[in-house]
Design a protein around this ligand. Structure first.
Ligand SMILES: Cc1cc2nc3c(=O)[nH]c(=O)nc-3n(C[C@H](O)[C@H](O)[C@H](O)COP(=O)(O)OP(=O)(O)OC[C@H]3O[C@@H](n4cnc5c(N)ncnc54)[C@H](O)[C@@H]3O)c2cc1C
Ligand SMILES: *[C@@H]1O[C@H](CO)[C@@H](O)[C@H](O)[C@H]1NC(C)=O
Ligand SMILES: *[C@@H]1O[C@H](CO)[C@@H](O)[C@H](O)[C@H]1NC(C)=O
Length: 416
């Protein structure tokens, strides 16, 4: 018998990678939904923008294209029962139609936040000398101390709701600073404007075919033999050689485990031995309350009727933040409204018919009576999904990030 051949390599990969996915589909908090008119809409994540380099690179390497979020014409500001149209355009220097004192105060506050965000280490905001101080107040408490103008409060409340789907009283100031800091990249600092902006900001672009195509194409590349759907992981036990993972209908032995889960979902998994104290505490990060309402029309009539861009910010209504959700082909028109934070919780037990009538009355206040007659109306209750437990993102209440933040990216032995 010949002696086995000896082969020399740099790296030998033993075994392979297996993705255990709880749902019956890939995509998580991205989800494309077919429309009655043959089109597709997103009931989950929608926008990408500059400095989000990794997702933009994925879009390109997966053969997908982006297009600009519709941003021509006027936005609607609904404030103190008044409907005001304005053009907010960095290129032409347009500003919101609010009193000089409000503009000045808001600019100072935004500059303060941007300045603080620039001084924290994005990867370790808890190491900033002022981290404990910033983490001892909610964003709302801080805002109340620095914003004397009702208009300034309105801007900052709108920001908090739109970004975290939470109220200012729920989110730690340190977390807001850390989040702004994380909206940059290696060569650009994150800013408040980048978080909320359309042109130049996080809402600048959309994906042709809609965003769930990103994970769907990625899953194709990984190969279905490496993805096990309907397989929620319940339990992870360390053994002498690696990990024993118990999932629904499947037992897996692995050398290493990567948990690509929000902290609130890691909390549902039982670990033996238990995770370190700091990590367990961190898993109590909260998740926002968001729902998306989408109304489809034959045409994007607001563009032609009043030259509106479909964006509204309001201080009243079930939806206070909207965007134009029309496809790039404009074969039909669509408005998307977020239902956020306390506005969503107030409708927890409301019927779909009630929610629909509230949302369409909001849309018609912002965009005209035609908005009352959509072809199709969609509401997605992301809050009821067992494997999201809220969205869009996790956020920290006071006292958590400064104390337990360092556990966020720290592997626990072979569990990352
Ligand atoms: C309505 C809405 C609007 C949004 N808008 C935007 C936007 O415009 N731009 C943007 O950038 N982001 C947006 N987001 C946020 C974005 O969707 C998330 O940041 C992103 O999807 C997070 O990806 P993820 O892979 O970390 O988590 P997820 O997408 O949540 O994926 C986690 C996966 O783990 C699975 N899972 C959970 N528990 C288990 C378990 N025990 N065992 C096995 N599998 C499990 C889940 O089923 C899921 O597939 C939005 C989200 C929502 C809901
Ligand atoms: C927006 O306006 C610009 C400048 O007038 C124009 O070139 C562009 O085509 C418009 N975009 C859309 C989607 O209509
Ligand atoms: C940190 O806090 C101190 C004391 O409150 C303050 O003087 C200092 O300016 C703060 N540093 C930053 C970067 O804000």
């Amino acid at each position: 018998m010949a002696a086995p051949q000896l082969q020399s390599v740099d790296v030998a990969i033993v075994g392979g990678v297996l993705v255990l996915e709880a749902r019956d589909r890939t995509g998580g908090k991205t989800l494309n939904r077919k429309l009655a008119n043959g089109g597709v809409t997103e009931v989950g994540a929608e926008f990408v923008g500059p400095t989000q380099n990794k997702v933009i690179q994925y879009i390109s390497t997966l053969g997908l294209q982006t297009f600009d979020t519709y941003n021509n014409g006027s936005s609607v500001l609904w404030n103190n029962d008044q409907r005001i149209l304005y053009v907010l355009d960095a290129a032409t220097g347009g500003v919101p139609p609010v009193p000089e004192e409000v503009l000045a105060e808001a600019a100072t506050i935004v500059a303060t936040l941007d300045g603080w965000a620039a001084t924290v280490d994005t990867n370790a905001p808890w190491e900033h000398p002022n981290a404990t101080e910033w983490d001892s107040v909610t964003f709302g408490q801080w805002v109340n101390g620095v914003a004397t103008q009702g208009g300034t409060q309105f801007v900052l409340i709108s920001f908090t709701k739109a970004v975290f789907a939470a109220e200012p009283a729920e989110v730690s100031l340190l977390y807001v600073i850390a989040y702004i800091s994380a909206a940059g990249d290696e060569s650009n600092k994150g800013t408040f404007g980048r978080v909320i902006g359309v042109t130049g900001g996080a809402q600048e672009k959309r994906v042709e075919g809609r965003t769930q195509l990103i994970p769907l194409r990625l899953a194709d590349k990984v190969g279905e033999q490496h993805i096990s759907l309907n397989t929620p992981v319940h339990c992870i036990v360390k053994t002498s050689t690696g990990y024993h993972i118990t999932a629904k209908g499947l037992n897996v032995w692995a050398n290493k485990v990567v948990l690509a889960l929000a902290p609130s979902l890691v909390k549902d998994i039982k670990f033996s031995p238990p995770l370190p104290h700091a990590r367990t505490q961190l898993n109590q990060l909260l998740v926002g309350a968001i729902r998306k309402a989408i109304a489809n029309y034959d045409t994007p009539f607001w563009r032609t009727a009043e030259d509106l861009n479909g964006q509204a910010i309001s201080d009243t209504g079930a939806t206070k933040v909207t965007f134009d959700n029309t496809p790039s082909s404009s074969t039909f028109g669509a408005v998307m409204g977020f239902i956020l934070g306390d506005n969503m919780r107030a409708l927890n037990t409301a019927s779909t018919a009630t929610i629909k009538s509230k949302i369409l009355s909001d849309f018609s206040r912002y965009f005209g009576q035609q908005a009352k007659q959509p072809r199709e109306f969609i509401i997605q209750r992301g809050d009821l999904e067992e494997f999201s437990k809220g969205a869009p993102v996790a956020f920290a209440p006071i006292g958590v990030l400064s104390r337990y933040g360092q556990a966020l990216r720290e592997p626990v032995d072979g569990i990352h």
